[in-house]
Design a protein around this ligand. Structure first.
Ligand code: NAD
Length: 318
């Protein structure tokens, strides 16, 4: 675990079920703004230290995401589905991402995560490349729940795409629906593109990979994309604009919060559509203070947590 990156959490709970062989962790990073909550990740780790590092990183990222975008309760993440959340709901009411029962928000949050990433990407290419997405090449890494939805939206917007996934089935599905070009999982981070959209796992941008990136903008759904906070500055030095992950991937969580707090669908969608504006405020703060975008987002999120006021319950400005 990178201690510089991960602040001390309020609580760590370990889970062990000898019958099934399940080992797990719940990390509570901060309850300053209300109940701590985060995605439920079901993943096979090679050893317990990797699981611990992932959980600590995710917990901190979730606090910051919520500080800037709202509060939420557990819901789907890598390896879990709406059906899993239904099973969780048999044991606890602190769960969302359940099937939508009316015209309100609910269900699988991933299309809403993709929507927030899409809006952010549209904003960035207009602002920084003076282009529309229809004139852009977008490289998408990971074609699971979010990556697949995002690829469909990009296709509809007329963007050309290069895609990769370790799952051949997911690649085939995306190609059939969007006609995207395919490269290997090893190549995707370094293809020539306007935008690189990481939608697989985290810690993919480090000293080595950053040296090979040829995209001008990074804007994707994966949580904790930077291996260390310094990698944000490293990207900036290479002239690559990094859209902080937890700012642009908050759409799913906003939908989950809408379900939990009983917002109308219209209000929930308005907050998701506002993701581009929140991103601009973060980037403006980065420019004004001369720090990398990831640091600017962390500073704004920490200030919110320190002030103990939730953005969502107050208003939608940063
Ligand atoms: P998912 O499990 O449905 O999809 C992940 C995809 O990445 C899979 O298709 C997998 O085969 C692929 N993959 C794994 N390793 C890869 C590699 N090295 N190269 C290329 N592809 C690879 O997960 P998801 O729900 O789509 O989430 C994707 C990312 O977005 C995760 O980091 C998750 O934490 C983050 N995220 C998801 C949501 C959501 O609403 N689901 C919300 C916020 C953030």
């Amino acid at each position: 675990m990178n201690k510089q990156h991960v602040a001390a959490p309020e609580g760590v709970h370990t889970l062990r079920d000898p019958d099934s062989g399940l080992e797990g962790l719940i990390v509570l990073h901060s309850t300053a703004l209300g109940p701590a909550a985060g995605g439920c990740r079901l993943l096979h780790y090679q050893d317990a230290s990797l699981m611990r590092a992932d959980a600590f990183r995710l917990a901190e990222g979730m606090s910051y995401k919520n500080a800037l975008a709202g509060r939420y309760i557990t819901a789907e993440d890598v390896g879990t589905s709406v059906e899993d959340m239904q099973a969780v709901s048999e044991k606890t009411r602190f769960v969302a991402g359940l099937p939508s029962n009316s015209d309100g928000p609910g269900g699988d949050p991933s299309p809403w995560t993709a929507q927030g990433v899409f809006v952010s990407m549209e904003t960035l290419v207009r602002r920084h490349l003076s282009k529309d997405l229809s004139d852009c090449v977008v490289a998408v890494q990971g074609l699971g729940h979010v990556g697949h939805s995002l690829a469909r939206m990009l296709h509809q917007a007329g963007a050309r795409m290069i895609v990769a996934d370790v799952s051949e089935q997911n690649v085939r599905r995306a190609v059939a629906e969007t006609g995207a070009a395919v490269v290997s999982a090893e190549q995707i981070l370094s293809v020539e593109a306007d935008v690189l959209a990481p939608c697989a796992l985290g810690a993919i941008f480090d000293e080595t990979s950053i040296g090979t990136i040829r995209a001008r903008i990074i804007c994707g759904a994966a949580n904790n994309q930077l291996a260390t906070p310094d990698d944000g500055a490293r990207l900036a030095r290479r002239g690559i604009l990094y859209a902080p992950d937890y700012v642009v991937n908050a759409g799913g969580i906003i939908n989950v919060a809408g379900e939990y707090f009983g917002w109308t669908e219209k209000d929930t969608q308005r907050r998701i559509a506002d993701t581009g504006n929140r991103l601009i405020r973060v980037l403006d703060h980065a420019s004004a203070t001369g720090v990398a975008p990831n640091q600017a987002a962390d500073e704004l999120a920490r200030a919110k947590i320190a002030a103990g006021s939730s953005l969502f319950l107050a208003d939608s400005a940063l």
